[in-house]
Design a protein around this ligand. Sequence first.
Ligand SMILES: [Zn+2]
Ligand SMILES: [Zn+2]
Length: 367
Amino acid sequence: MHMIDAIGYAAKHSFSRLKRHEFQREDPKEHEVVIDVMFCGVCHSDVHQVKNEWSNTIYPCMPGHEVVGRVASMGPAVQQFSMGDIVAVGCMIDSCRTCEPCRKGEENYCEGPNSWLATYNGPMVPASKAPTGDNMYGRDNTFGGYSNVLVVHEDFVIPIPGKLSPAAAAPIVCAGVTTYSPMKEWGVGPGHRVGIVGYGGLGHMATKIALALGAEVTVFSSSTEKVAELVAAGQVAVHEGDLERLAALASGFDFILSTIPEKHDVNPFVLLLKHDGVLCVVGALEPLAPVNNQAIAFQRRRVSGSLIGSIAETKEVLAFCAEHDIAPEIEIIPIQQINDAYGKVQSGEVRYRYVIDMSTLMTDDVS
Ligand SMILES: [Zn+2]
Ligand SMILES: [Zn+2]
């Protein structure tokens, strides 16, 4: 079989830095699209995955699931795209397509034996953990968008509305849809009081989307600096440690979205929900501090979680952002700065999303 020579940046171990990595991708099958990668967003999950913080990383690990590029070639049966189209690839590149969530267009909750195939790090459920002991996708590891080329089935390739700049569109396909999906699920709309907890890559997109949906938004952050910046810009923002302000806001919110990317205590935010209000956690994929069910039961409050978004929702949020003229605040970096960027993602210094200009791969000093 002919293969495509590819280059990217990958980590060999949990303790190693990302470095140039040469590899091969398979030629496109009938329905697959070859995408020359232009930009790739740097998601907090990339950092978790590279450092094996979810204990499931397959090495070498080449992250990147906020990918935007140009269609460079394709299999003979591709119908949805043409050469030169600007397209995106988010967190998923395939799913079982037959389970109930897949049939409902909710591939992100695929219940197939290996769940969905992630853009990097292989299937969500590896063969060793699958009930069948097999891997239906035939690929244990997958290499993501920190590379010059991707090959993806057309059903998982997403067109980008012409109004959006390709670099700014990249974070919308993870950070954007991850926050849009639960707001849509829980019916956030005009007049709703919405709280956004954490103001990083996800939080800043969530705030823009909630405002565009017509909600009244309060941001909660542990950063004094970010609270001051937001207030200066006319946004209602409260420091998480300001117990007086929190007490005054008790039972006031219809919906609260927690975007904090690590273990945290949701109890102070549960108290801010109205009767029947919903708190949804999207940032942390790990056990949280115990939740006080008295506070939940007494007002029939709901605590929930949500995982990325479907392909249909990804198309929808891109159209929504184009229509409402919203885009993430990004800083474009060369791939050579990726390891420093990871440090700044972890420390919260990033304002608010790094996007890698993948053309800089070509300027690597390989001597
Ligand atoms: Zn992500
Ligand atoms: Zn499925």
